[in-house]
Ligand binder design. Structure first.
Ligand SMILES: [Zn+2]
Length: 509
């Protein structure tokens, strides 16, 4: 009797450096303009990937669609409009000079606003700026910083170190939102803060369009920042009186009722929202006797686009993962044509919007073509073409993240496949919940994990060219990339063909 052929090894040969390079050379070329979500280059990338899936013989699983390989959805591009203004009495203040906003704004028309002054805007046991204050539906004015002793030590922490209130305006914005406030106007009376400089530095960032998911309400409380002179006029006071007021808080370590009489101001700050269409690309290979169960292989094809006239090609991030899943799709499709198709079904999912905030995988997970309950695993590949500093001059490796967090067996199977076929050094350091990088939460697999779908994330770590224009194909190490892609291929092959499905048996942090 002849030995059984190892078909997995045979078709893994199709996942090779040459094929990977062929796809990456297209996706990471300047013609694709850095593949920014909703922009021309991203649509081109989606079209290219869909065409590869089709050519390889995969089907498009989108139901009732003329374009069954693409899952289209809208995101919004949000920018501040021209002509934002703030007036107190006869004095007019300038946008990005005297005031600016972050996140959203309810002031699409010029609106009369008379904010409630809430001191430092702090609430914690033993100290509440909101005691006796009703701010529901109102706008609040809050001083940045926190009560401090003359030596600079924070008074609200046990050891004098700064608290979240002093460190991060968002803690205060969140508290104001919890109290029902509509917006928050922040001001710093710290003499070391130079508002004009800060506004000038933040200007380009504030003026740049941001891309967001279309949601019912903004995720963050609309927050505006005022120059001290604006706030002092608004409060009908002067710098000396304000200094005395804050000194009294520091002295008593308690909020102090102020005598400030807030004046009305006219505010106009318009957020322009333009819908942008974008799309995930889906290629499907139907299984045989276990076809109802789905294995997802995902990677994001979007990247950072063009910035200041320079194309960010994102060869590693995530041209590498995208090329890998396209190449794996070709190999699995060929195997099926030759009569060695998978028992379970495979979904190759090329998502958009990752760099903007995992939008494509979020959209898919909320609008799955195959229910999450029958999705057995997501193998996500994001950056597999380079070497990080920790592994320079060391044996070939890959970081594997999250593989035992929901299903302990997934990690065991991956290790067995690696031992048999690829012999990579599997680095699990980022599985440590204390690791500050939090990579487990930072790529598309996470939107599967939150739905209790076991995931494994394959990653080469960050390097000097990460999110830089220098993330180019010339720096990709194809032999390493081939090995990593083959490991994912062998893992997918085993998951698709083994008798039992991987079960969720743990819930590790
Ligand atoms: Zn990425």
């Amino acid at each position: 009797m002849a030995a059984a052929t190892d078909w997995s090894a045979k078709y893994a040969e199709m996942v090779n450096a040459e094929r990977l390079r062929t796809h990456l050379a297209v996706l990471a070329s300047d013609e694709y303009e850095g593949r920014e979500t909703g922009m021309k280059g991203q649509h081109m990338a989606a079209a290219y990937i869909a065409e590869q899936f089709k050519n390889a013989g995969l089907t498009g699983p989108m139901p009732n669609s003329a374009d069954p390989y693409q899952q289209h959805f809208n995101v919004e591009q949000v920018t501040w409009a021209e002509g934002n203004s703030l007036k107190i009495g006869k004095t007019s203040y300038k946008w990005l000079v005297d005031f600016y906003g972050l996140s959203d704004s309810p002031f699409a028309e010029e609106t009369t606003v008379k904010p409630v002054f809430a001191g430092y805007g702090i609430e914690q046991p033993g100290y509440s700026d909101y005691a006796g204050l009703d701010v529901a539906g109102k706008d609040v004015l809050i001083a940045l910083g926190e009560p401090t002793a003359p030596d600079g030590k924070a008074l609200l922490s046990a050891d004098g170190s700064p608290t979240k209130w002093g460190n991060d305006y968002r803690a205060k914005a969140q508290m104001a939102a919890q109290k029902g406030a509509r917006t928050v106007f922040f001001v710093s009376f710290d003499p070391n803060t130079n508002f004009a400089k800060q506004a000038a530095r933040l200007g380009p960032f504030i003026s740049r369009p941001t891309t967001v998911m279309v949601t019912e309400k903004p995720s963050r409380t609309p927050s505006f920042f005022l120059a001290p002179a604006v706030a002092l006029q608004l409060l009908g006071t002067n710098a000396a009186d304000m200094k005395a007021y804050l000194a009294k808080i520091n002295q008593t370590k308690q909020p102090v009722a102020s005598k400030f009489k807030v004046l009305p101001m006219q505010v106009k700050a318009v957020r322009k929202r333009v819908p942008l269409e974008t799309e995930n690309v889906l290629g499907f290979i139907e299984g045989s006797d276990k076809k109802e169960e789905i294995i997802v292989l995902s990677a994001h094809h979007d990247h950072l686009g063009i910035q200041n006239g320079v194309v960010f090609n994102g060869a590693d991030d995530d041209g590498s993962g995208t090329s890998a899943i396209v190449t794996m799709a070709e190999a699995f499709a060929q195997a099926k044509k030759d009569g060695h198709g998978p028992r379970r079904s495979l979904l190759f999912l090329s998502v958009t919007g990752e760099e903007k905030g995992l939008f494509g995988s979020e959209y898919y997970s909320k609008n799955p073509v195959f229910p999450m309950a029958v999705t057995m695993a997501d193998l996500n590949v994001d950056m597999i073409g380079r070497t990080d500093v920790a592994h320079e001059g060391k044996p070939d490796y890959v970081y594997v993240i999250g593989s035992d967090k929901l299903a302990s067996e997934l990690k065991v199977i991956n290790e067995a496949q690696n031992k048999q076929y690829t012999q990579l050094d599997l680095d699990y350091r980022f599985d440590d919940p204390a690791d500050p990088n939090r990579f487990y939460y930072r790529s598309d697999h996470y939107n599967f994990a939150v739905n209790k779908v076991p995931v494994a994330f394959f990653f080469n770590g960050v390097h000097a060219d990460y999110h830089k224009e220098s993330d180019e194909i010339s720096k990709i190490e194809f032999p390493k990339m081939e090995k990593r892609a083959r490991l994912v291929f062998h893992l997918a092959w085993e998951l698709a063909n083994r008798e039992g499905r991987v079960v969720v048996d743990s819930n590790k942090p």
